[in-house]
Write a protein that binds this ligand. Structure first.
Ligand code: ZN
Ligand code: ZN
Length: 247
């Protein structure tokens, strides 16, 4: 199996270390045809900022990426984002008018975000971190709210890829996969987070949803490294035609 494109990579605009140019050079070195630069949205925070300073910075990144796109003819460069779901009704941390300027939109659930309101903070952060562990919230409820928030984001926005489904926040795979199939949104098989299982892929495959394999690189060296993801594909009951960037 061979990876054609890596659609999920980070840079030093967020908490990655790779510079855009170095990431592109690495992608060319390993023979990729396409590379997307997808920094975390502005709500990504732990004790420090993990993503872009604000949504407008995504357009600065786009400008830089497009200049390199002209310079390096052997590869196609896409400017995008890995946006955060920040409310229970599926709102993203990047406004629609910025998303429309980008070549590719990724979105996912993360624990380390600034939620839009108190309720979201309780359901999507506290309950996932602590609530279910101390018995304050039933596991089924945690999964229900996580899944609903993500599904609504897929329905509300034109999202190309849902990143690392099930990472940090448990979700109902089949419900998400059905909605992704209806909306033409790809499910990611992420090489950096190893929560995905062959069972997840087999369940999602049964809905007819399509997949994309990505590195989620936070350093230049990790660009295009997807060995663990390809191992999962080998073991799963999936036809390669359902994976858009692997031949
Ligand atoms: Zn992520
Ligand atoms: Zn990422």
């Amino acid at each position: 199996m061979r990876l054609l494109a890596d659609y999920h990579t980070h840079t030093n605009y967020g908490h990655g270390t790779g510079q855009i140019e170095k990431n592109i050079q690495q992608a060319i070195n390993i023979g990729l045809e396409e590379l997307a630069i997808t920094e975390h949205g502005p709500a990504s925070h732990s004790i420090r900022r993990l993503g872009v300073r604000d949504s407008a910075q995504l357009l600065e990144i786009k400008e830089e990426a497009k200049a390199f796109d002209h310079e390096f003819e052997e590869i196609n460069i896409l400017a995008g984002v890995e946006a955060n779901v920040i409310s229970l009704d599926g709102r993203l941390d990047v406004p629609e008018f910025i998303l429309k300027e980008l070549d590719i939109v990724l979105a996912g659930l993360h624990l380390w975000v600034k939620p839009q309101d108190w309720d979201t903070g309780k359901r999507l952060i506290f309950d996932n971190l602590i609530g279910s562990k101390i018995g304050l919230t039933a596991l089924e409820d945690v999964r229900y709210y996580n899944t609903q928030a993500l599904i609504r984001a897929v329905q509300n926005y034109d999202i190309d890829i849902v990143t690392h489904p099930g990472f940090q926040l448990d979700i109902d795979t089949i419900e998400l996969a059905k909605v992704c199939k209806e909306n033409g949104t790809l499910l990611e098989i992420n090489n950096s987070h190893h929560q995905l299982t062959v069972d997840f892929i087999n369940v999602a495959v049964s809905t007819g949803a399509k997949f994309v394999v990505n590195s989620d690189a936070h350093t230049s060296e990790e660009i295009g490294k997807v060995d663990a993801a390809l191992d999962l594909i080998r073991d799963a009951n999936i036809n390669l035609e359902q994976v858009i960037n692997v031949v």
